[in-house]
Ligand binder design. Structure first.
Ligand SMILES: *[C@@H]1O[C@H](CO)[C@@H](O)[C@H](O)[C@H]1NC(C)=O
Ligand SMILES: *[C@@H]1O[C@H](CO)[C@@H](O)[C@H](O)[C@H]1NC(C)=O
Ligand SMILES: [Mg+2]
Length: 260
């Protein structure tokens, strides 16, 4: 009986579809079924739905962003939203770190990815269609070689706060051993003055291996060395999936590219 009354009320409210409650003007029209003669409500998916799917790791293994989303992604990353989304993640990470009662033996570390986590390649992507163009390793590595990638400001705040809490920083990146020196210079120039380790990829050892495998294996080594990974932050799911991921992981926004 209760169910019937509820259904009736629901049907009645859908029929009304519009009203004002608690001073909020609401309109539930978008929840109406749109099959049959009503036609399709959404043709394909919108770019914001695509981005949400990417961030939630429902849309995976994509090579480029949808052509029609270049403007949307460009506006997102160059506007305030990207910064605000980054801030929401980084401050949550800080609240978590601050809440811990850590053993002060110098073994607590926080793993940071580099690209789109610590350093931003936005100047490069702005010139390459914000991810519309297929990845070009030659062009991208030329950019990395310049060593002028700016810091991601919200991540940098977290970096400084973690250091002040006595947590050590380990950078774990898919950049190669041949890019170590320029990465060190870039990190320092961008304001990252200190770290416990900078782990770069051994191209021979991890040839053909995914980022998940590489990063899991390097984090395992860190734990075997006696470090405790209390936090781990990256812009790719492959930074935070796999094994030895740390006590908590944090996913930064990145609608530009996907790395398995
Ligand atoms: C990749 O980038 C290099 C260097 O900028 C360029 O010479 C080459 O034509 C690009 N390749 C493609 C397929 O666009
Ligand atoms: C991290 O996880 C390990 C294993 O579950 C646990 O023993 C440890 O207390 C946790 N550390 C923190 C700082 O939460
Ligand atoms: Mg990254």
């Amino acid at each position: 009986m209760k169910t019937i009354v509820l259904l009736f009320l629901l049907a009645a409210s859908i029929a009304t579809s519009h009203g004002i409650e608690h001073g909020i003007d609401y309109n539930i029209y978008p929840l109406r079924m749109k099959s049959g003669s009503g036609g399709h409500y959404i043709n394909g998916i919108t770019c914001s739905s695509w981005r949400l799917g990417v961030e939630a790791h429902n849309i995976i293994e994509w090579k480029t962003i949808p052509q029609e989303c270049e403007g949307y992604v460009g506006n997102y990353v160059l506007g305030v939203e990207y910064r605000q989304d980054s801030k929401a993640v980084n401050r949550e990470a800080y609240f978590y770190a601050r809440s811990l009662d850590l053993i002060k033996d110098g073994k607590n570390i926080w793993v940071f990815d580099v690209d789109e986590t610590t350093l931003s390649n936005l100047p490069y992507y702005a010139n390459h269609g914000f991810g519309v163009e297929p990845y070009n390793s030659t062009a991208f590595n030329e950019w990395v070689g310049l060593g002028i990638a700016p810091a991601l400001p919200e991540s940098q705040k977290l970096y400084h706060k973690l250091l002040s809490l006595g947590i050590k920083i380990v950078f774990l990146t898919g950049r190669l051993e041949s890019q170590r020196d320029i990465t060190v210079k870039n990190l320092k120039d961008a304001g990252y003055s200190t770290w416990e380790k900078l782990i770069v990829k051994d191209a021979t050892k991890y040839k053909g291996k995914t980022a998940v495998t590489y990063k899991s294996s390097e984090r395992k080594k860190l734990e075997e060395e006696g470090y405790r990974i209390i936090g781990n932050i990256g812009d790719q799911w492959s930074d935070i999936l796999g094994t030895n991921t740390g006590n908590r992981t944090f996913k930064l926004p990145d609608p530009l590219y996907y790395i398995a």
